[in-house]
Design a protein around this ligand. Structure first.
Ligand code: ATP
Ligand code: MG
Length: 180
């Protein structure tokens, strides 16, 4: 029998802000207020905000990145999710913020910098913080009113993306908590 190649052990991973149960349910409440748009609503359990998308890496790289992210520091901060928007290119309806907190920008910058030192080729496009609520969405003529969500950010996670028959699901590989 041939030996398993490194490729078979590759993982598709990303760093993200991961809502707790209460925040997740508030976010999903907003999703449910969206008009029927023939798009695909993201399940409550899959809602998140990507900080840094890594993509497919082997177990060795995964170990290095997992460890390196422990050096990324931040203070807890609040993120107000108060704005609905639409990315026409990817047909994504999203929830974001009118004012991205400086702490969030600093966190992403630090994360990218730390990972770059370990060989990560960081994203060149500007960071647009958002929680994807619906995919394959059509643009909405009017956006519904909704109650903004104040999300207390006390850390971030490394998540693995797994493609299953029922669609994508995510597995938390590691949680990183900010020192208070
Ligand atoms: P699917 O691709 O099955 O529709 P998904 O996009 O949620 O599901 P992934 O493609 O594994 O799953 O992506 C995981 C996260 O990383 C998502 O938040 C996705 O928007 C984000 N992401 C994926 N590709 C990129 C990329 N090239 N640049 C930035 N973020 C990305
Ligand atoms: Mg994707």
């Amino acid at each position: 029998m041939p030996e398993k190649t490194a490729t078979t052990k590759n993982a598709r991973v990303f760093f993200a802000l991961w809502p707790n149960v209460a925040t997740r349910s508030r976010l999903f409440k907003i999703s449910k207020q969206l008009p029927d748009n023939q798009g695909r609503l993201i399940g409550a359990e899959n809602l998140h905000l990507t900080l840094c998308f890594i993509g497919e890496i082997d177990q060795m790289q995964l170990q290095v990145f997992t460890r390196a992210a422990e050096d990324v520091i931040s203070e807890p901060f609040a993120l107000a999710l108060d704005r609905l928007g639409y990315f026409a290119r990817t047909r994504v309806l999203w929830l974001g913020s009118d004012h991205t907190p400086a702490a969030l920008l600093a966190l992403v910058k630090n994360l990218n910098k730390t990972l770059r030192h370990c060989g990560y080729k960081s994203e060149t496009r500007p960071f647009k913080p958002h929680v994807t609520l619906m995919r394959k969405a059509r643009p909405l003529a009017t956006l519904p009113d909704f109650k903004p969500v104040s999300w207390n950010i006390i850390g971030f996670v490394l998540a693995q993306s797994l493609l299953q028959q029922t669609g994508v699901c995510y597995r938390i590989l590691k949680e990183y908590k900010f020192a208070c």
